[in-house]
Design a protein around this ligand. Structure first.
Ligand code: C5P
Length: 223
């Protein structure tokens, strides 16, 4: 029998990350934060001073990632790159901007594909990203697409960064969210679109708990 996967796709700040963590904990499933893989590749590119135009080198950096995801009791994941905790670096604006650039390179996406599929392990997986339902796990039984207005997403990201002790400017965040959306939606490989049959939720006016409950109802899970 195939191992169950719940895909949660959507733009940054839609609440995907938090909601996927809660879902994975409630369901007792593993968690794939695929955005972290693109962010890690971006970080490797920045740290090793790789020219973004040298596609082969960027793809090789994606293949070579030495990364450990270490789930914490609170549902968060510690991320170690070459043994170094890069949790804060991954969320920096510079890393985010570079992540969406490396994500537009087909060779990078190809390099990360097998790694992502390997997260599908018993008893099941919650996969958070942009193309989880369309490209990486097209046979997933439950697909969710989460959206929210850009303004709400900028506010959420701002709060998240402040809580992590990272300085952030809200109008700058809004602009970078809009730019990133545009790149993610219009790129030729794995553009950000809802998978066929996906349950689409606009979370702008919903609490995290309300979104989680809607998804649990959708997949027919009762606590
Ligand atoms: O979800 P998160 O904001 O961490 O993702 C960082 C970047 O990685 C996004 O801007 C997007 O371009 C890219 N990404 C992607 N495909 C995924 C996950 C993330 O292209 N499945």
């Amino acid at each position: 029998p195939t191992i169950p996967v719940v895909t949660v796709d959507g733009p940054s700040g839609s609440g995907k990350g938090t909601i996927s963590q809660i879902l994975a904990t409630k369901l007792g499933y593993h968690l794939l934060d695929s955005g972290a893989l693109y962010r890690l590749t971006a970080l490797a590119v920045i740290k090793n001073d790789i020219d973004i135009n040298q596609v082969d080198k960027v793809a090789q950096a994606a293949l070579d990632l030495d990364v450990v995801f270490d789930p914490q009791p609170d549902g968060e994941q510690k991320v170690l790159l070459n043994g170094e905790d890069v949790g804060v670096q991954l969320r920096l604006d510079e890393t985010s901007a570079m992540a969406s650039q490396v994500a537009a390179i087909p060779e990078v996406r190809e390099a990360l594909l097998i790694r992502q599929k390997q997260f599908r392990q018993k008893p099941g997986l919650v996969a958070d990203g942009r193309d989880m339902g369309t490209v990486v796990f097209p046979d997933a039984e439950h697909k969710v697409f989460l959206t929210a207005s850009p303004e709400i997403r900028a506010e959420r990201r701002h709060k998240q960064l402040i809580e992590k002790g990272v300085d952030a400017n809200i109008s700058h965040l809004l602009k970078s969210i809009i730019d990133r959306d545009e790149r993610d939606r219009t790129r030729t490989v794995a553009p950000l679109v809802p998978a066929e049959g996906a349950f689409v939720i606009d979370s702008s006016d919903l609490t995290i708990d309300e979104v989680v409950q809607q998804i649990l109802d959708f997949i027919g899970f009762s606590e």
